[in-house]
Design a protein. Structure first.
Length: 254
């Protein structure tokens, strides 16, 4: 199973608009961060996690020409607003793409993108061909990958993280319920958000992410959904041996 980081940045992306800080002005390509998303590749299937605002740019950068499934963590703009780009994959591959999320996420997507799902709505161009599927927490298989959705907290909002075989992807998280933690012990790879150094009401800061990693004891941990306070090289030098920063285009075998 291959995990490709299409984006590792927070909701603004890095560089952030209007910002002249050292990281936003950096020439290091690992400090250039599109909105967070990963692509799982296994047995000839592509599982996309979230349709980020930057989905078109991400797919062009990596030559992605097909997507079999989409798994949504939640409905916030940086994680769903690339949904219309899926219509190209429908058109050129003659496919309908199944999309998955928790009940609330699916309901919001159906309402927010009414023009896609309400076929009586007048649309100016081609429409994505998608099916929306609510998840109940049970493990299921997509393209030969065992997928286990689990609840996490994004402030007061209950959203989803995903376990893929013995790896897990968590973003926009500020808390992990005990029931979910029990599913995440001793993973091969844990991908988890660390938005910056300072406390945040809806995301783990670096110190909190490190505490979670210490509790869950994965073999390898990768930090994503990073803001512009993290210079890749400087922060990387300070991290424990089995913990590293994600960067756009990072490819991991699991």
């Amino acid at each position: 199973m291959n995990i490709l980081f299409l984006g590792s940045g927070t909701s603004t992306g890095i560089p952030s608009l209007c910002c002249d800080c050292d990281v936003c002005q950096s020439n290091d390509p690992k400090n250039k961060r599109l909105r967070s998303s990963v692509l799982i590749h296994e047995n000839g299937h592509h599982l996309l996690i979230d349709t980020s605002t930057d989905l078109r740019q991400q797919c062009l950068a990596h030559g992605i020409s097909y997507i079999n499934y989409v798994l949504y963590t939640h409905h916030h703009a940086d994680h769903v607003h690339g949904i219309d780009e899926l219509r190209s994959f429908n058109h050129f591959n003659s496919t309908v793409i199944p999309c998955y999320g928790n009940k609330n996420t699916i309901s919001v997507i159906r309402t927010k993108f009414d023009y896609i799902f309400n076929r009586t709505t007048q649309a100016g161009g081609g429409l994505p061909k998608l099916t929306l599927n609510s998840l109940n927490g049970e493990t299921f298989s997509l393209g030969g990958v065992l997928v286990t959705p689990f609840d996490i907290l994004h402030g007061n909002l209950k959203i989803l993280g995903y376990k893929f075989n013995n790896c897990a992807y968590i973003t926009d998280c500020s808390g992990i319920p005990d029931a979910s933690r029990r599913k995440l012990k001793h993973l091969d790879i844990l991908i988890i958000n660390a938005v910056g150094f300072d406390p945040h009401p809806t995301h783990f800061a670096l110190s909190q992410a490190l505490e979670v990693i210490e509790d869950l004891q994965p073999k390898r941990a990768i930090l994503t959904h990073i803001n512009h306070t993290f210079d890749h090289e400087k922060v990387s030098r300070q991290l424990p041996e089995n913990i590293e920063l994600a960067y756009d285009g990072m490819s991991v075998e699991a």
